[in-house]
Design a protein around this ligand. Sequence first.
Ligand code: NDP
Ligand code: HSE
Length: 441
Amino acid sequence: MNDMKPINVGLLGLGTVGGGTLTVLRRNAAEITRRAGREIRVTMAAVRNLEKAREFAGSDLILTTHPEDVVNNPDIDIVVELIGGYSPARELVLQAIANGKHVVTANKALMAVHGNEIFKAAQDKGVMVAFEAAVAGGIPIIKALREGLTANRIEWIAGIINGTTNFILSEMRDKGLSFDTVLAEAQRLGYAEADPTFDVEGVDAAHKLTIMAAIGFGIPMQFDKAYTEGISKLTREDIAYAEGLGYRIKLLGIAKRTDKGIELRVHPTLIPAKRLIANVEGVMNAVLVKGDAVGATMYYGRGAGAEPTASAVVADLVDVTRMHTADPEHRVPHLAFQPDALSDEPILSIDEVRTSYYLRLKAHDKPGVLADVTRILADLDISIDAMIQKEPAEGEQQADVIFLTHQAVEKSINRAIAKIEALPSISGKVTKIRMEELGSN
Ligand code: NDP
Ligand code: HSE
């Protein structure tokens, strides 16, 4: 076994994930070789700052500031793209494929937005593109969806798939720290994206959701149709009211099959506090997948950081090394389904989504106000599950009123909200947060 020639790897990027990958490959070299059947050797890496990289990487690695030198190097078998972003990552990956190299990447933005083009190029060239680290850090969710659950018709996927925002929500709640303080700490720990608004505004989670939905349902990547709402407008009051009602608020990515099409949405969500997923804290991620045969399954682990993410990158490297000599026809398809068997099931607009809702409004504390609101809801066929009225703060005439609704279509809820906001007895905007039961049925 060990007589086999090593497989040569070129790294694009030696930052949080690239550095973690090199560390794990070096530390566990003997075990990894025993698993892969041959040595996996990093021979070259591209960075911007050579000095910083030299100190970390040592002298047995060729370093360059020209990433094209890595993708064009004929001695390299696998290119690992850990630069991030769309460009030059896209061009470098396409060039590596054109040169007949396999690609491993942790870049969810690239996969979600340019994945269809990249998979087509890889298929034409007979090379592999592996991206386990792109979703939920160290959790092997791609492997689970693509292989472990392959017998199932996937019904829905719901996950906490952004470590930074889950870390922010947990630390704000548990330690009372400010949003900005916790975000800075997430950046220091290497969790956040280069542009942290991708984390905070739900874009990173939508990239990951797009990838999981494509694999779960056998549809092309359609990031542009995902509904994306982040945590920047969440208030402490809503987090506290939700707790009081027995719920936690989490930023969830949800992909669900319905009779009308597929729901693809990222937004803050009230989840019953008794669910396991409601208790996933800090940088931890968790993904629930409901299959028709297996029922609900849950996958949990670190969603970001150097070595957890490196764990997924190295798993892909071992997979690619093992399958390197296999006939491309015998490899697992990129999106689990054969490329000519993808479905054109439509993605539903957020207006068509059906779920239940938490609505908070500020109402004048006088007779008839609540009757007006409940009439508006009833007229639009929205049924109320629970209602609580808070005591007005001292010296104030208005009180927070919270309604939890049963399931309704989003466009009806939006119509109701517009009418409620127009009532003279209601001040300001109505806060709307979607709710999910996430039960096993
Ligand atoms: P970092 O910013 O820590 O590292 C990026 C690396 O790429 C650095 O070494 C940087 O060099 C190098 N680089 C950037 N642009 C170029 C360029 N044009 N030419 C050569 N080198 C370049 O990012 P991360 O490691 O955090 O993220 C990498 C990827 O992994 C991203 O796609 C990210 O979304 C993804 N990811 C990150 C996770 C995390 O926890 N951080 C988890 C899962 C996925 P230099 O340092 O010299 O500037
Ligand atoms: N910024 C991402 C997160 C990194 O916080 O989840 C892991 O993909």
